[in-house]
Design a protein around this ligand. Structure first.
Ligand code: AMP
Length: 287
C-alpha cells in the first residue's frame, strides 16, 4: 500500500493503475477510521481493482464553533486499517496541500442543502461539495463510495456529480452499527459511558418510528412527537427530527411509501446524526 500527501503522486499511481486496465474506486474520509469506513473500502474492493482512500479533516466544512481542532486524528492506526482492508493507495494531504492559497472557488448545491444538517451547519455542505469536487479531480475515480449514515451528504454529492457532469458513479452503502444499534461514527470516541447509553436513543427513536409506520401510522407530526419522546427520555438535546422525501429532501406531512427519517442531537458536547429509510415496499429501505 502506498501512502502519500502529494497530489502528483496520486495522479501518477492512479494513471498507472488505469493504464493497467484497473477500475479506480475511491473512499473519501476524515480518518479516525472504524468498521463503517472499512465497509466502504470493502464495497469499493468488490467493484474496483484499485482502491484509493483519502484521509483529510477538511477545515472548510467546519463552522467556527465546531470541532475541527478536536476532531480525532490517528494516522498510524488509520494506515493499518487501510492496509488490512486491502487498500492500494492512501492520500493523506495536509491543509496546505489541498488549500495552498485562500480558496476563492466554491461548489454549492442549492435546495438539497437547505434543510436537515444544512439548516444547522451553515456553510457545511459548501465545504463538503467543494472538497469532494477537488478530490474527484485529483483521484479521477470510476466510482466513489459514501455511507448512508450521512444521507444528506451522499444525496448532495451525488447531485453535484450529476449537475457538473463528473465522470464517476456515486455508490451509497448501508450504515454500519454497533451490536446495540448505535451508528458507528468517529465522534463516538467523545462519549462518556453515560453519554454512550443516551446516544442509543437516536437509533431507538428511529426504530420506534419505523415500527409505527409499519403498523399503519402515516402522519409525520405523530411520528415526530413519538420520536421526540424517546429521545428526551435521556439527556439528549434534539437538534432536528425530520421526515423527508428521499429525492427532494422536502418535509413530508404524510408517508406514502418511502421516506427518509433523519435525526440530529447533542449528547453532552457531542453532535450525533443518524437516519433510516422506511420503504413500505421492502423490508429495508435505502437511498
Ligand atoms: P467521515 O470520515 O465521517 O467523513 O466519513 C467518511 C465516509 O464514511 C462517509 O461517506 C460516511 O458516510 C461514511 N461512514 C461514516 N460512518 C459510517 C457508518 N457507520 N456506516 C457506513 N458508512 C459510514
Amino acid at each position: 500500500m502506498d501512502v502519500t500527501t502529494r497530489i502528483e503522486t496520486v495522479r501518477e499511481r492512479v494513471d498507472a493503475a488505469r493504464a493497467a486496465g484497473k477500475r479506480i474506486g475511491f473512499v473519501p474520509t476524515m480518518g479516525a477510521l472504524h468498521a463503517g469506513h472499512v465497509s466502504l473500502m470493502e464495497a469499493a474492493g468488490r467493484r474496483c481493482e484499485y482502491v484509493v482512500v483519502s484521509i483529510f479533516v477538511n477545515p472548510t466544512q467546519f463552522g467556527p464553533n465546531e470541532d475541527f481542532d478536536a476532531y480525532p486524528r490517528d494516522i498510524t492506526a488509520d494506515r493499518q486499517i487501510c492496509e488490512s482492508a486491502g487498500v492500494e493507495l492512501v492520500f493523506a494531504p495536509g491543509v496546505g496541500d489541498m488549500y495552498p492559497s485562500r480558496n476563492l472557488t466554491w461548489v454549492t448545491v442549492e435546495s438539497l442543502t437547505e434543510g436537515l444538517c444544512g439548516r444547522h451547519r451553515r456553510g457545511h455542505f459548501r465545504g463538503v461539495t467543494t472538497v469532494c469536487n477537488k478530490l474527484f479531480n485529483i483521484v479521477r475515480p470510476d466510482a466513489a463510495f459514501f455511507g448512508q449514515k450521512d444521507a444528506q451528504q451522499a444525496i448532495v454529492v451525488k447531485r453535484m456529480v450529476a449537475d457538473t457532469n463528473l465522470p464517476l458513479e456515486v455508490a451509497i452503502c448501508p450504515t454500519l452499527r454497533e451490536a446495540d444499534g448505535l451508528a458507528m461514527s468517529s465522534r463516538n470516541v467523545y462519549l462518556s459511558t453515560g453519554e454512550r447509553a443516551d446516544a442509543l436513543l437516536l437509533y431507538r427513536a428511529l426504530t420506534k418510528a419505523e415500527s409505527m409506520v409499519r403498523q399503519g401510522e402515516r402522519n409525520c407530526s405523530q411520528l415526530v412527537s413519538a420520536m421526540r419522546a424517546v429521545m428526551q427520555s435521556g439527556a439528549v438535546v434534539v437538534e432536528y427530527i425530520s421526515i423527508v422525501d428521499t429525492e427532494t429532501l422536502y418535509d413530508l406531512a404524510e408517508i406514502e411509501d418511502v421516506a427518509l427519517i433523519a435525526v440530529a442531537a447533542r449528547v453532552g458536547k457531542t453532535r450525533l446524526i443518524d437516519n433510516i429509510v422506511v420503504d413500505l415496499n421492502k423490508p429495508q429501505g435505502a437511498i
